[in-house]
Design a protein. Structure first.
Ligand code: ADP
Ligand code: ADP
Length: 227
């Protein structure tokens, strides 16, 4: 079953002389539970693609369907709600809110929409991430690896249709990188949580079910490693 379908997606930044075509007519689908690595040179359009999948920017043309919702048909308010409910975003530099505690950062997407947090689910996520003893800490009291775990918790708390990660290990040493990838893989395999990860690290790409290579705003290669 496909959970993501993108059709003829293009993105042009700017206008006229200085316009940059960052994505050029990209189409593909992702199946529920798939772990997809997106690779490609710097400036090839990977982050643009991830932002469009995540509903954080709007395409110049084309369509993004997530769990049967045509997300760019939604207005800004509806899109913001859809994003908090159905899309878990993980960034290289964590993007945590410095004045909120670990628990508050994790539960924020739910609280913004007045959704009740399931305490059992929160407990289970927090303990899987090894953050039990850290719930009242602020982000700057945590190591980089722990901060990234918090951002994984925030991404997972709403049981989203997809998890999108942009270089999630790009700021971590190799031990923490490995732990973060193991956690993402565990949620992917155990809970059939669809995972799309941009990475420069070949060791991570080789662990994916499928590798999509982007070059000059187009899909240069799309290879299933594990059917
Ligand atoms: P990657 O993630 O593969 O490094 P990006 O998607 O960040 O690539 O960028 C693709 C192209 O779009 C690059 O040429 C980049 O300079 C350009 N670009 C990205 N974001 C913007 C922006 N906000 N305004 C103008 N150009 C941008
Ligand atoms: P060291 O810790 O001795 O510097 P590495 O961490 O580079 O060595 O590699 C140790 C093992 O961990 C290797 O088998 C490597 O494939 C694996 N590894 C390292 N980093 C990652 C990562 N980001 N994702 C997956 N596997 C990794």
């Amino acid at each position: 079953m496909s959970i993501v379908q993108i059709e003829n997606l293009s993105k042009i930044y700017g206008k006229g002389e200085t316009a940059v075509k960052a994505l050029d007519d990209v189409s593909f689908s992702v199946n529920k539970g798939e772990f997809v690595a997106i690779i490609g040179p710097s400036g090839s359009g990977k982050s643009t693609l991830l932002h469009l999948l995540g509903g954080v920017d709007r395409p110049t043309s084309g369509k993004v369907m997530i769990d049967n919702t045509d997300i760019y048909q939604l207005d800004e308010t509806q899109l913001a709600i859809f994003r908090r409910r159905q899309i878990g975003l993980i960034y290289q530099f964590y993007n945590l809110i410095p004045i909120l505690t670990v628990e508050e950062n994790i539960t924020l997407p739910m609280l913004l929409d007045q959704h009740k947090v399931d305490s059992g689910q929160l407990e289970s996520i927090v303990s899987t991430l090894g953050l039990d003893q850290r719930l009242d800490h602020l982000p700057n009291q945590l190591s980089g690896g722990q901060q990234q775990r918090v951002s994984i918790g925030r991404a997972l708390i709403s049981n989203p249709a997809i998890i999108l990660a942009d270089e999630p290990t790009g700021n971590l040493d190799s031990k923490n990188s490995k732990e973060i990838i193991e956690l993402l893989k565990m949620f992917n395999k155990t809970y059939n949580q669809t995972l799309i990860v941009i990475t420069h690290d070949e060791r991570i790409a080789l662990q994916a079910d499928r590798v999509i290579e982007i070059a000059d705003g187009r899909v240069a290669k799309d290879e299933v490693i594990r059917p």
